[in-house]
Structure formats: structure tokens, C-alpha cells
Design a protein around this ligand. Structure first.
Ligand code: HXC
Length: 273
């Protein structure tokens, strides 16, 4: 689907900001990560997006490539972040075809609404494996290339559920707390070697499949929810893409080990959303 640039990027960034850089993005066909990638590619980067669904991932890569003439965007489907060998192959292909890896977005995530009572042990494990082990595998597989980059950055896409706890999201909250923690350790271990590591924590985003599905797609419920956010509105994919551009730009080069919450201040209210 064609998106106007104003949907995913503020008109304030320099056109060639990321010229010569290569981004490797897990979950890159999903709404948030595809828009983050779109913004990076629009500003000069080439990219490799990773997903489980082959058709969806390849289609997303083709769509993203249209934002800039000459852009190279590879879609690698059939890649399960729970399998480190899948990611190692994908990272090697990205480096071979695009010349390296400078930016990593660890965005692959599992999510469904389920009560503690209704959640099987395997359901909990599925989300922990995708979010936590998958993030570890992503870092493990891309780090050899990041260490060769003059400007290496990692962003982990987290959430805010784990600050307060969240009914029906116990598995996701536990997983995202682990992602935040993993980010901090990577920041300390690899900061001295030139790789920055930061989390972006989106709040509820209006225009994602995930939020619509999880928030029941009910417009009235979304409006009610928006009123509880201090800024008076739900987030947008542009909010997340702009934050990504900031962290990957030279303006963000001294930010390391940070959790950037992009939720209008909602998490500061007791009980979160
Ligand atoms: C209860 C469920 C379930 C559900 C799956 N399971 N869906 N339990 N309710 N809705 C259970 C299964 O019964 C099984 O347990 C276990 O989870 C593993 O399921 P599988 O389908 O075998 O696993 P797998 O194919 O690996 O898929 C895992 C998945 C994944 C987590 C369900 O397909 C997935 O996450 N899909 C959605 C991806 C997604 O939406 N990502 C965007 C996240 S956006 P048993 O015991 O039966 O073996 C986001 C932002 C949210 O997170 C913002 C909200 C405001």
C-alpha cells in the first residue's frame, strides 16, 4: 500500500542522513518496524528485513524500496528468530549483498491476549522465545558485522506493560522486561567497542494491526483509551520512526543504554494503559 512520506517521517531530517548505511530489521514486515525501515531507507540507507512469512516479508521489502530511487531492500522470509542459524544466514546474506550491517532493529515479537489462567506453559514460552531468545539471537548474529561498522547502533522495540504489569499481557510484559535488561548489558559490554544499544518503548499506536487486534479494533475503545494519555492522543508510527531516526543519527551518538519511551507519558499513570 502506498504511504505518503508524512505518514512515517517528519519533514525535518536531512535527505542523505543515512547514505551508505545498512539496516538489518527483524519483524521488518510488521507495521512499526516496516515504517522505521521506510524512514531509514528514505533517508539514504539500504536495508534487509527479516520475517517468518515469506510472501509478506518479500512484499514489504518491495514496498519499502519504492521510497527512494536506487534503494536496495532485501526481504528474507522463512526466518524464525528462535533459530540462531536462520539469523546467521540472514546476516551473512545482508552483509554480502549490501556491504555490511550498521544498524540493527530487534523488532520481532509475539503477542496475543490471554489471561494467566488461560495461558499454557507453551504459550508463555512461545512469546519468551520469540521476544527474548530471538533478540539475543539477533544480537549474536549481527554483532560480528556491527563491530566492523564505523557507526554501529542497535534499537530494541519494547513496550511499557512491564512497568506496571498488564492483565492479559503477562507473557509479553515478562518478555519485554527481559529485552530492556538485555539491552542494558549489551550497552555496557559493547559501548566501549563502538556499538550503542537503546530501547524504544512505544505506547499504544493507533495505526498498527497489532494494536487494533489487541485493542479489539473498537474505535470507541481506542478513543476512550486516547483520553487517558497525557498528550491526549494515541501514538503513531511516525512517532516511532522519528525516534528511530534520532537514535541512529549522529545527534544520538552519545545515547547508550537508554529506554526511550514514546507514549505521550501514559506509563506514568498508575496502571499504565
Ligand atoms: C492463548 C495461544 C494463543 C492465543 C497461541 N497460543 N495463540 N494461547 N491465546 N490467542 C498458544 C498456542 O496454543 C500454543 O500453546 C503456543 O501459544 C504456541 O502457539 P503456536 O501457534 O504453536 O506457536 P507459533 O507458531 O510459534 O506462534 C507464536 C505466536 C505468533 C506468538 C502465536 O504466531 C504470534 O505472535 N503471532 C502474532 C504476532 C504479532 O502480532 N506481532 C506483533 C506484536 S505487536 P499450546 O499449549 O497449545 O501448545 C505488539 C504491540 C502490542 O506486541 C500493542 C498492544 C497495545
Amino acid at each position: 500500500m502506498p504511504y505518503p512520506e508524512s505518514h512515517y517521517l517528519s519533514p525535518i531530517w536531512r535527505d542523505d542522513l543515512f547514505k551508505g548505511r545498512v539496516a538489518f530489521v527483524t519483524g521488518g514486515a510488521g507495521t512499526i518496524c516496516s515504517m522505521q525501515t521506510r524512514a531509514l531507507v528514505r533517508l539514504g540507507a539500504n536495508a534487509c528485513i527479516i520475517g517468518r512469512n515469506v510472501e509478506k516479508t518479500e512484499k514489504a521489502a518491495q514496498d519499502i524500496a519504492t521510497v527512494r530511487p536506487g534503494a536496495k531492500v532485501i526481504g528474507i522470509g522463512g526466518c524464525d528468530v528462535r533459530k540462531v542459524e536462520n539469523l546467521q544466514e540472514a546476516a551473512a546474506r545482508c552483509a554480502k549483498e549490501l556491504g555490511g550491517i550498521d544498524f540493527v532493529i530487534a523488532g520481532a515479537a509475539g503477542n496475543f491476549l490471554v489471561s494467566m489462567e488461560g495461558m499454557s506453559s507453551n504459550a508463555f514460552k512461545a512469546v519468551m522465545d520469540i521476544d527474548v531468545l530471538g533478540t539475543f539471537n539477533t544480537i549474536k548474529s549481527t554483532m560480528p558485522y556491527l563491530l566492523n561498522s564505523p557507526d554501529a547502533r542497535i534499537i530494541y522495540v519494547s513496550a511499557t506493560f512491564h512497568y506496571t504489569g498488564m492483565p492479559m499481557q503477562g507473557h509479553v510484559a515478562a518478555a519485554k522486561a527481559s529485552v530492556d535488561s538485555l539491552m542494558a548489558s549489551v550497552a555496557l559490554e559493547y559501548g566501549p567497542r563502538g556499538v550503542t544499544s537503546n530501547v524504544i518503548s512505544p505506547g499504544a499506536i493507533a495505526d498498527t494491526e497489532g494494536a487494533s487486534r489487541l485493542l479489539t479494533g473498537d474505535e470507541a475503545a481506542l478513543k476512550y483509551h486516547a483520553r487517558s494519555i497525557p498528550t491526549g492522543r494515541l501514538g503513531t508510527v511516525k512517532d516511532i520512526a522519528d525516534a528511530t531516526v534520532y537514535l541512529f543519527s549522529s545527534a544520538g551518538s552519545h545515547v547508550n543504554g537508554h529506554v526511550l519511551v514514546v507514549d505521550g507519558g501514559a506509563w506514568r499513570r498508575q496502571g499504565g494503559v
